[in-house]
Design a protein around this ligand. Structure first.
Ligand SMILES: Cc1cc2nc3c(=O)[nH]c(=O)nc-3n(C[C@H](O)[C@H](O)[C@H](O)COP(=O)(O)O)c2cc1C
Length: 376
């Protein structure tokens, strides 16, 4: 059986996760699935969706349904976007190129990690070649702020020139949260792969992630070497001043931080605890969403990620005020099972589940999804 031929039997995201676990070598699987320390936040991200119940409306004409919306003024065919995940070629040789093509065909946003194994220009080209511009959606570029600010500026300029449409600045990783599975496995990037966008700029790329490791995880060492733990709001204001692209701040979990993000000019706020991979014990992303939505009060768009695995989860996030929500690991599982076809399958499953949830809740459009649909 070919990889894509396996897909119809995988009828939900848990099936895909199990199939990916069967296929991936342990260090890669553990890198993708792990959370920080006891993984309590990883589990709570998922559990938070179960703490809400739905109050469906009846006798609404739902014969025509449309999940389309906009993010940062850009049309998307569904309110589900793809979060940045590093090192996608460990899952599938074409890695980020395959993800970009699937997102182009689905008409949604792919957020490209700074730690991509393919150069951003090639990823945008793959997205264009697969009909991205016609279908809606976009490539957004995720930036970690490096100690070397010239490198940051160069990456921002490259992202703009390549055709990326937003800068997603991740601020919950001043250091790397310890994923103990990676420590045990002495996680390292396979020899054949590199951090493509840092190759020329920093002369370090994959080598730095492969060097001898005092902490046990070479990724952790790499982060200690190049990311700036001294980052503050002033640096976000600086980025805002040099970036022609709108900024989405990723990793906000509090109302006061959300207000400051608006004050420094961020166009979007992504409520996220990095999929439970940074501070173990941090609040579940869905639980943090309402206070951020209230604090921002419509002055920026608010998104969330973490633990979303069902169409009803997506509907709950929208009901709590998210403009859209992201998936991280499910996209990696799809990629691991069947590359582009696998990511397409994941997006298709969630699209169908959202459609079902909208029909059964009496919501023909995304605009009909509101907080009245939820109770504890
Ligand atoms: C394997 C993996 C790699 C990730 N790499 C990045 C990254 O490079 N940059 C970033 O901002 N977030 C990264 N994240 C966090 C995701 O963008 C996202 O916040 C998280 O995966 C959402 O939770 P979910 O996996 O439960 O959907 C990564 C997550 C995973 C699982």
């Amino acid at each position: 059986m070919t990889d894509a031929a396996d897909l119809p039997a995988l009828i939900n995201l848990d099936d895909l996760a199990r199939e990916a676990a069967r296929r991936l070598p342990t260090p890669a699987l553990d890198y993708y699935r792990s959370g920080a320390r006891d993984e309590s936040t990883l589990q709570d991200n998922r559990a938070a969706f179960g703490r809400w119940r739905l109050r469906p409306r009846v006798l609404v004409d739902v014969s025509q349904r449309d999940p389309a919306t906009t993010v940062l003024g850009q049309p998307v065919r569904l309110p589900l976007l793809v979060a940045p995940t590093a090192f996608q070629s460990m899952a599938w040789p074409q890695g980020e190129l395959a993800t970009a093509r699937a997102c182009a065909r689905a008409g949604t946003v792919m957020t490209l990690s700074t730690l991509s194994t393919w150069p951003m220009e090639a990823v945008v080209e793959a997205w264009r070649g697969a009909g991205g511009p016609e279908n809606g959606g976009a490539i957004w570029f995720q930036l970690y702020v490096y100690k070397d600010r010239d490198l940051c500026r160069a990456l921002v300029e490259r992202a703009h020139a390549a055709g990326c449409r937003a800068l997603v600045v991740t601020v919950d990783a001043p250091i790397l949260g310890t994923r103990e599975r990676d420590v045990r496995n002495r996680f390292r990037l396979p020899d054949s792969l590199n951090i493509a966008d840092l190759l020329d700029a920093a002369g370090m790329a994959g080598e730095a992630v492969r060097r001898g490791s005092p902490t046990g995880s070479q990724l952790a060492d790499f982060v200690y070497q190049v990311l700036d733990p001294a980052l503050t709001w002033a640096d976000i204001a600086w980025l805002r001043s040099i970036s022609p692209l709108p900024i989405v701040l990723k990793g906000v979990l509090r109302a006061d931080d959300a207000r400051r993000a608006v004050d420094v000019g961020c166009a979007g706020i992504l409520v996220s605890n990095h999929g439970g991979r940074q501070l173990d014990g941090a609040i579940a992303a869905l639980d943090a969403l309402p206070e951020v939505v209230a604090a921002v009060d419509g002055q920026a768009e608010v998104y969330m990620d973490g633990g979303l695995r069902r169409g009803t989860d997506l509907l709950k996030a929208l009901a709590l005020g998210a403009q859209a929500a992201f998936i991280g690991r499910p996209m990696v599982w799809g990629l691991s099972v069947a590359g582009e076809a696998g990511v397409t399958h994941v997006l298709g499953l969630l699209r169908a589940e959202l459609d079902e949830a909208m029909a059964l809740c009496g919501c023909p459009t995304v605009a009909d999804i509101g907080p009245d649909l939820l109770c504890r």
